[in-house]
Design a protein around this ligand. Structure first.
Ligand SMILES: Nc1ncnc2c1ncn2[C@@H]1O[C@H](COP(=O)(O)OP(=O)(O)OP(=O)(O)O)[C@@H](O)[C@H]1O
Length: 600
């Protein structure tokens, strides 16, 4: 079992060792419905084949001039046809239930697995590709069961019924149908082998094309502002053409389906064989008619196989892509039974080094924050400030060294216990397209009440602007909060953090987008949110740096000095360069990156 950051209790375990096993393990979950379907489907086919035998019997009765027998046969036929119709509905209904449950379960499985993947995993993935797997591959998997598997099973059970009744007519009549079956099986195997790789490539190509489309729609602003429509269009057209070519290739293989030709030959031989036995007085005319009727039923088996095998191929290919994603390794483990306690708030970085890839981003970083302290982090852009904070709640793990929270290595903490007590307010606040109340209450799930939400919004200086909307707290904000200004989004994020009452708070440049009119309100909100918790504060604002108990000066992934604002002003040249001309200025913001860069 690979590592996961999130699991659901009582989760059903599926077999991921191969796509086929995965599919079987899903179907096994509904074994009784599957069994019911299989019995019912075979019953329908037996009943249907019996009608052919009745036609043969009717022929014999006509030749004998036995009117009474003809009447009985007609009634039997009527009864059988009604029975077939009714039972067939049950079979179709049960297979449809299985197919849709399968799709639903597989969707849930993929979704849970995605929630359990690490940030590094999601950094690597393309959203469009994930979406293709979650939508298209999922419906392929459902269609594989119904109509795909349904038709195949129906075909084979119908074949079984055909052979059964032919055997009852006269065992010798089985000769040609059995020979046909062997040749049919072989050509089907050959057909699947050719179709399989093309189906797989089609799925892959669909994912890529979808990812390009998704990226273009998400980044439409950049495309337009840089006039790159032409380039994007060419790229998309190239990929769409590749998808089309694969589709055509798929069609060509399907068009070369040999069993249709083979069936024609088989039927001709069946007729010759039957005729031969009739002329030898080995079988009756009625038996010959029944035999030909049954043999021509093999047409359903042959025709249906083309399309349904394609559906199964596509389903298996889809399943392979889905489990491919589910099985992909992720770096962190939920550590469900790890250390679990209320965080007091001590953070210790012990000789931390970290890199996303080859290049080291943090080098031998050490510092200590006592419970309740505010630690400001300043440094040039790209120096590794945000990365440092991402090691605290284990978005990433350090490559070397240890991060200790209350003396415990973060790797020993239960991930849920750790993360649920740490909140981050980032530069780019993410809001869901839900109501404002739901966005504020997000960290608490369903547990927050309206009064608590409003109190948090008051403290975050967000209440007034929220009440300015017609729907107040029930206002649904657009995707990614586009209806709100940067400052409003950040105040909602502060309200969210206040509500969850985290023991450790990470504020990453959180006030950079705020205009001066709301500056005071925000300062109040931030000051309020810092109280009674350990805070790592990445900021460009001198007023906030003054609140800090300690300031870390970061350059190229190293802490070059640390101390209080006053100490650093006294002894750190780089720090002096950043803040000297703001020393007597009122609370305001600076862009230390620019200054530090020039100091370098
Ligand atoms: N997910 C990632 N994958 C690979 N490299 C990354 C990733 N995130 C950040 N980096 C790189 O790590 C370095 C440090 O980035 P980080 O965001 O920690 O800097 P920062 O000091 O917070 O910068 P800023 O002030 O601009 O936010 C940068 O060179 C950046 O390109």
């Amino acid at each position: 079992m690979s590592k996961r950051e999130f699991t659901v209790s009582n989760e059903y375990t599926y077999n991921h060792s191969s796509p086929t096993r995965w599919i079987i393990s899903h179907l096994y979950r509904y074994k009784f419905i599957v069994l019911f379907y299989m019995i019912v489907a075979i019953t329908v086919n037996l009943a249907f084949s019996e009608t052919r035998v009745l036609v043969g019997n009717a022929f014999d009765a006509v030749l004998r001039g036995d009117g009474a027998q003809i009447g009985i046969i007609a009634l039997e036929m009527l009864g059988l046809v009604i029975f077939c119709g009714l039972v067939d509905i049950t079979a179709r209904f049960s297979i449809e239930v299985i197919a849709r449950r399968f799709s639903r379960d597989a969707r849930e499985e993929l979704y849970t697995s995605l929630l359990g993947k690490s940030q590094s995993f999601h950094n690597r993935q393309r959203v469009g590709d994930i979406m293709a797997r979650a939508t298209n591959d999922m419906s392929q998997v459902g269609d594989m069961v119904s109509p795909g598997f349904d038709i195949i099973y129906d075909s084979f059970s119908s074949m079984f019924a055909i052979l059964f009744f032919i055997g009852l007519l006269d065992v010798r009549l089985l000769l040609v149908p059995l020979l046909y079956l062997v040749v049919f099986g072989f050509s089907l195997w050959h057909y699947s082998r050719r179709l399989n790789p093309v189906s797989r490539q089609m799925r892959e190509q669909f994912g890529t094309t979808n990812a390009i489309l998704n990226e273009a729609v998400t980044g439409i602003e950049v495309i337009k502002s840089t006039s790159q429509e032409e380039q994007e269009n060419t790229k998309f057209a190239h990929n769409a053409t590749m998808y089309r070519d694969l589709f055509v290739k798929n069609g060509v293989i399907q068009g070369q389906y040999l069993p249709t030709l083979l069936l024609g030959i088989a039927l001709a031989f069946c007729f010759l064989h039957g005729l031969f036995l009739l002329l030898q007085h080995q079988i009756s005319v009625g038996q010959l008619v029944a035999f030909i009727g049954l043999a021509s039923n093999m047409r359903f088996v042959t025709d249906m196989s083309t399309w349904s095998f394609n559906l199964v191929q596509l389903g298996v290919a889809g399943g392979r892509r889905i489990i491919g994603m589910i099985k992909q390794d992720t770096e962190l483990d939920e550590n469900e039974h790890g250390y679990n306690a209320e965080i007091k708030g001590e953070i210790v970085f012990e000789n931390i080094s970290f890199s996303y890839g080859e290049a080291p981003i943090l080098k031998n970083v050490s510092f200590r924050a006592l419970p309740g302290q505010t630690i400001a982090i300043v440094g040039q852009t790209g120096s590794g400030k945000s990365t440092m904070t991402k090691l605290v709640n284990r978005i990433y793990d350090a490559s070397e060294g240890r991060v200790l929270i209350d003396g415990q290595d973060t790797r020993d903490w239960s991930l849920d216990a750790l993360r649920s007590q740490i909140s981050t307010i980032e530069q780019d606040v993410f809001l869901f397209s839900r109501s404002i109340a739901e966005n504020i209450a997000y960290g608490l799930g369903q547990k927050a009440n309206q009064a608590a939400i409003e109190a948090a919004a008051h403290d975050a200086q967000a209440h007034d602007f929220i009440m300015g909307f017609k729907e107040g707290y029930e206002t649904v904000i657009g995707e990614r909060g586009v209806m709100l200004s940067g400052g409003q989004r950040q105040r909602l994020a502060i309200a969210r953090a206040l509500l969850t009452d985290p023991r450790i708070l990470i504020l990453d440049d959180s006030t950079s987008a705020i205009d001066s009119a709301t500056e005071d309100e925000i300062q109040k909100a931030i000051k309020r949110v810092l109280q009674n918790r350990t805070t790592l504060l990445i900021t460009h604002r001198i007023s906030q740096i003054r609140w800090a108990d300690k300031v870390l000066v970061v350059r190229n992934g190293e802490i070059i000095d640390q101390g209080t604002h006053e100490e650093l002003m006294d002894r750190c040249y780089t720090y002096q360069r950043i803040f000297s001309h703001y020393d007597s200025a009122p609370a305001t913001s600076v862009a230390p990156s620019a200054v530090v860069n020039s100091a370098d």
